[in-house]
Design a protein around this ligand. Structure first.
Ligand code: VGL
Ligand code: ZN
Length: 225
């Protein structure tokens, strides 16, 4: 599956049962960062524009922040002889190892300087357990430990969630899949995300999987306002 085969939903009106989840718009995922996503910086203005609309409508904007302790097990440097990009799969880590990135309280873990963080109702920090990675904003990679975001959104009576940010085929993808499992109606904003594509083909595989799960695709022009 390729971007041009995708059907986009149109004429979306934001309502108070909608939430916007802005995934990992952090320096380390930007060009020049520790785990750069190509063109990752090009989505920030659009995300700000959309977040402003949600905020004006009293619909919650949630930011996520990858927030690893030093020596996190997802880092190749924590495994003697391993390099970033090497395959490594356990229940809690993988399918590949990463360069050291988004270490708690470092500049790399900070949000991109242009991201309008005052729009956020909450910031969910994930990947904080040294042994377990958390690509998803909802569930850690052990598929058991919740971040708490589901409870928050359910108590706010959120039904529909819109996902944007970085990276398309990791944190956005796993967040979208888990959100459907938790019963939300999920939209991925394809022009407000960029992917890593590691291993190669991972972006099209994740688009295919999301489509099969019932995730819908939209972009910033899909909203009517
Ligand atoms: C991410 C790899 C490792 C992401 C986070 O934000 O997509 N990817 N940690
Ligand atoms: Zn990470």
């Amino acid at each position: 599956m390729n971007f041009k085969d995708i059907e986009y939903i149109n004429d979306i009106n934001i309502s108070q049962s909608d939430a916007l989840i802005v995934v990992d718009v952090q320096n380390d995922f930007m060009p020049g960062g520790a785990l750069p996503v190509e063109e990752g910086d090009q989505i920030v203005d659009g995300i700000n524009e959309l977040a402003k609309k949600f905020h004006e409508n009293n619909s919650p904007v949630i930011l996520t922040q990858d927030w690893h302790p030093p020596g996190h097990k997802s880092f190749a440097s924590a495994h003697p002889g391993k390099n970033p990009g090497d395959e490594y799969q356990t229940e809690a880590i993988g399918p590949v190892l990463w360069p050291d990135h988004c270490v708690q309280d470092t500049k790399g873990a900070a949000f991109h300087k242009s991201l309008k963080t005052p729009f956020a109702k909450a910031i969910i920090r994930k990947g904080t357990n040294p042994e377990i990675d958390s690509y998803s904003a909802f569930l850690e990679n052990d598929k058991k430990t919740e971040t708490g975001l589901t409870g928050m959104l359910k108590s706010l009576k959120i039904e529909r969630i819109f996902i944007c940010g970085l990276a398309l085929d990791y944190c956005c993808y796993f967040s979208a899949i888990d959100a459907t499992d938790f019963g939300f109606n999920v939209y991925l904003l394809l022009d407000l995300t960029k992917g890593i594509d590691l291993p190669e083909g991972n972006i099209s595989q994740s688009l295919e999987n999301m489509k099969m799960k019932g995730v819908k695709f939209a972009n910033i022009n899909s909203f009517s306002w």
